[in-house]
Design a protein around this ligand. Structure first.
Ligand SMILES: [Fe+2]
Length: 348
């Protein structure tokens, strides 16, 4: 099934370059990744059970090769792949030109077609955190998963579930969970297993952390036929209900549900706003300017004013807002403004 030759070599700390077959590979030395690509669910679907046969031979209808080149062009520091590498599970139907000649099943040819060849630019772009999806369970492409991509030494036989592990950076950690199977071979829930893993991670994680797993913990979808709401990850939610998330959890990342949402923060990206320059002018009720200041929000600003009524104008990225306030006996002596949103909070 997999006649090719594989080598697994753990890297010693201090390694500065890696090359194989004359091609260099990225060295995992970055201590604080700035640009991270997160991706998953990329194979070409050939599935009798879904009745779906994607046109694997058509670059625009199965564009993974192009996506992989775009990932490399983005010059990331780190890539997190959230699982589901292999989608070619059934033979291409006779006389279907879109997928004619495609391999299928858990074998070298399929792994080459769905991942190893088109994902080459991904492997060349940055160190990878590779996560197992439900397409890589032992009854699907599990043998190939352990052979080619699992981070540990290949086990003697495919394992239904594997232990969580972590990647350490200067000021964050990425925890990886294997949630390929949600039930054991007798259809019993693995919520208890995941609860134990979350407890273990809670013990281990000591920096702001991303918990990464193929299935989203709070994933919702729509039934393909009826459109009704589906809740495909109640077992993960049951695990969280039992023990909670690790205290250091900063972000949960997952894939599996093939719905896309695009969020655009325009020019004012959260986290960047603190570096934007605010310009503040304060006028007395007579119109006389009494104070002005240009500053970045992270530095803050305070000033002392005589008793009286004032108008303050705040400019941020071309937007100006005015606020009226009074100081003096029985008046508030501190005015709080949220300078990210230019909104006024309750005066204290
Ligand atoms: Fe999946």
């Amino acid at each position: 099934m997999h006649p090719n030759f594989m080598c697994v070599i753990p890297l010693n700390e201090g390694v500065e370059s890696i090359s194989t077959g004359g091609e260099s590979l990225p060295v995992p030395v970055i201590k604080q990744p700035g640009r991270i690509v997160i991706m998953g669910d990329t194979g070409c679907r050939l599935s009798d059970s879904h009745g779906l046969y994607q046109e694997c031979n058509n670059d625009s209808l199965w564009p993974f090769a192009q996506v992989a080149r775009s990932v490399k062009a983005a010059n990331p520091d780190l890539i997190i792949y959230l699982g589901d590498y292999i989608y070619r599970e059934s033979p291409c139907p006779y006389d279907d030109k879109g997928c004619a000649g495609s391999p299928y099943g858990d074998n070298q040819e399929t792994w080459e077609a769905d991942w190893l060849i088109p994902a080459k630019p991904v492997h060349a772009a940055a160190p990878l955190v590779l996560i197992r999806g439900n397409h890589e369970t032992c009854s699907r492409a599990g043998d190939g998963w352990f052979r080619y991509l699992d981070a540990r030494v290949q086990p003697d036989a495919c394992e239904d579930s594997t232990d969580p592990w972590m990647v350490e950076f200067n000021s964050m950690q990425i925890a990886v969970m294997d949630v390929a199977n949600l039930e054991d071979e007798n259809d019993n829930s693995l919520a208890g297993l995941f609860a134990g893993q979350l407890t273990w991670l809670d013990d281990q994680l000591d920096k702001p952390s991303w918990i990464s797993a193929h299935r989203t913990f709070w994933g919702y979808g729509a039934d393909d036929d009826t459109g009704k709401l589906t809740t495909p990850t109640e077992i993960l939610q049951a695990a969280v209900a039992e023990v909670g998330l690790p205290e250091e959890t900063n972000l949960l990342i997952g894939a599996h549900i093939h719905l896309a949402e695009v969020l655009d923060f325009g020019k004012f990206r959260p986290g960047k706003a603190d570096n934007a320059i605010r310009f503040i002018e304060i006028y007395a009720s007579s119109g006389r300017g009494v104070a002005e200041k240009e500053f970045v929000c992270s530095k803050g600003w305070s000033t002392i004013l005589d008793d009286g009524a004032y108008t303050m104008e705040v400019k941020l990225n071309g937007v100006t807002r005015s606020y009226k306030f009074k100081t003096g006996a029985q008046e508030a002596d501190i005015l709080h403004l949220d300078l990210k949103e230019l909104s006024q909070e309750e005066s204290l």
